[in-house]
Design a protein around this ligand. Structure first.
Ligand SMILES: *Cc1c(COP(=O)(O)O)cnc(C)c1O
Length: 511
């Protein structure tokens, strides 16, 4: 259902303009720069002179500015409104972080500059490493992974290198609980491991008995998301880690949900050997839409020797600032790096933003933020609990999980419900994920939402649930009604994506 656009004379709706792509607008003959004819000069282009038009749209500067400004306004963002997308930690990104990342001393560096000229940048990397190691209690950190999933690759490569070094390269199995994030089994498979699933229990956590039964001497590692994708803390994590270590395997903990536990739990104490941290989520870098993130990966003492290059070390004795900083680009001493994750030093601007956030919050502020994130999620869970159907009993961590039992017999699906929320001015929650419950709705409010914004959201959700129960099905099945486009053919968009604009055949023929 793409739906008819309500008709206006112009085709525009309110102040929302309908327009073609920029390449389809304007007329090249109408705009341009008047340059004098070139004089009588010899042609030195060697036959490479352009024969056709350059193919730029024929628009004036104000027309171009307006076009892109309009496009930017079609993009819903955390800066536009509430964004309760579960698993994504869409929280406010303080502008201070942006200012720090744009300081010319950071923004205008070249990765080939001599180290003596970039001591401040290396100090940022050193300080961020210290913060991450302090918050997790781990031994080493690789700052270079470019995202969470890339950090998983880093941790699993370190595990693989450690097993190979022990002559146990024949351990091929990675255990993945069903409440793990989808990137976990994907990473294990990418690294050449065989994935063995482990069921959850009625509490939404790993079934420890099933886990222990699946653990044998062919197991290389477990990849466990904690808090898991149901928004619940894995309460048996210490017993689980212990059993994994006793079996000679490693614990990879997916730390993308770190925002729920920062400053409260040190992952080293939970027995983790490797964990990535989505600093774009937890430490506030604008993300989504493919923007740059970073997934620094912390490693235990057992994996530290295998950490990828490069990393930053403080020179000399005592405090780093006195002796300067050095980038280790080649293995030294007993290091056995498995390789590199990325060109140069990773997403440096994102690292600057994270350190800026950490330093402005302070240790106590970070601890309060994780507490407030959990409090806000539990406020949603409690406020919506009677109208919706929470999937598991008891309090949650940073996100609240509901399923579609409350929609049973109404003819309204989770998808319809999400579309109706758009009409009401709210970005929908995460839908149909995690897969462990039917018609999942996963809501993550984060700590930066006020009680007023949570109340406004809850009121709307409860009123919509009431409409669904009252049989007002059209409110849902016809939604969204107030968006520039209505329901898209998402399957076709995924299967036959049009990623490139091509000039119409008539224009090509004219060239
Ligand atoms: C977001 C997320 C990931 C993947 O992180 P990216 O930065 O998107 O690659 C992995 N695990 C969990 C639990 C996540 O929420």
């Amino acid at each position: 259902m793409t739906g008819p656009t309500p008709s206006t004379v112009s085709g525009n709706l309110g102040l929302r303009l309908e327009e073609p792509l920029i390449f389809e607008q304007g007329d090249p003959a109408k705009t341009g720069v008047d340059l004098p004819e070139p004089g009588d000069r010899p042609d030195r282009l060697g036959g490479l002179a352009r024969s056709g038009p350059i193919g730029l749209p024929g628009l004036s500067e104000p027309e171009v500015v307006r076009h892109y400004t309009r496009l930017s306004q079609k993009n819903y963002a955390i800066d536009s409104g509430f964004y309760p997308l579960g698993s994504c930690t869409m929280k406010h990104n303080p502008r201070l972080n942006e200012r720090m990342a744009r300081l010319p001393g950071f923004a205008d560096l070249h990765p080939f500059q001599p180290q003596g000229t970039v001591q401040g940048a290396l100090a940022v990397m050193g300080a961020l490493s210290d913060w991450l190691l302090g918050l997790t209690g781990m031994r080493a950190v690789a700052l270079s992974p470019a995202a969470g999933a890339h950090g998983e690759l880093c941790g699993m490569q370190a595990i693989r290198a450690a097993l190979d070094a022990r002559g146990e390269g024949d351990r091929r199995v990675v255990l993945v609980p069903e409440s793990a994030h989808g990137t976990n089994p994907a990473t294990a498979a990418l690294c050449g491991f065989k994935v063995r699933g482990v069921p959850g229990d009625a509490r939404g956590r790993v079934d420890l008995d099933a886990f222990l039964a699946a653990l044998d001497d062919g197991v290389a590692a477990v990849m466990i998301t904690n808090p898991n994708t149901c928004g619940l803390f894995e309460t048996e994590i210490i017993a689980l880690s212990q059993a994994v270590h006793d079996a000679g395997a490693f614990v990879y903990m997916d730390g993308a949900n770190f925002n729920a536990i920062v400053g409260r739990v040190r992952v080293a104490d939970l027995g983790a050997d490797a964990m990535h941290i989505n600093i774009h989520k937890t430490f506030s870098t604008p993300h989504g839409g493919g923007g740059p993130g970073a997934g620094p990966t912390v490693l235990s003492a057992a994996l530290a020797p295998f950490a990828p290059l490069p990393h930053v070390v403080a020179e000399g004795e005592g405090e780093g600032d006195d002796g300067g900083w050095r980038l280790v680009e080649h293995a030294e001493g007993d290091m056995r790096p498995f390789g590199r994750m990325k060109g140069f030093h990773g997403q440096f601007g994102v690292l600057v933003r994270a350190l800026s956030y950490m330093m402005s919050m302070g240790k106590d502020g970070l601890r309060q933020a994780s507490g407030d994130a959990v409090l806000n999620a539990n406020y949603l869970l409690a406020s919506l609990g009677d109208g919706l159907t929470p999937s598991f009993e008891g309090p949650c961590m940073h996100e609240a999980l509901f399923d579609d039992r409350f929609l049973k017999g109404t003819g309204v699906s989770t998808l319809d419900f999400a579309k109706a929320l758009i009409d009401e001015g709210f970005h929908p929650m995460t839908m149909y994920f995690p897969l462990v419950v039917h018609g999942a709705m996963l809501m993550e409010p984060t700590e930066t939402e006020s009680k007023a914004s949570l109340d406004a959201f809850c009121e709307t959700v409860l009123a919509l649930a009431e409409k669904a129960r009252a049989g007002e099905t059209a409110v849902f099945t016809e939604a969204p009604r107030h968006t520039p486009r209505r329901r898209l053919d998402e399957t076709r968009a995924a299967r036959q994506p049009v990623l490139r604009w091509a000039p119409p055949a008539s224009a090509r023929a004219a060239e």
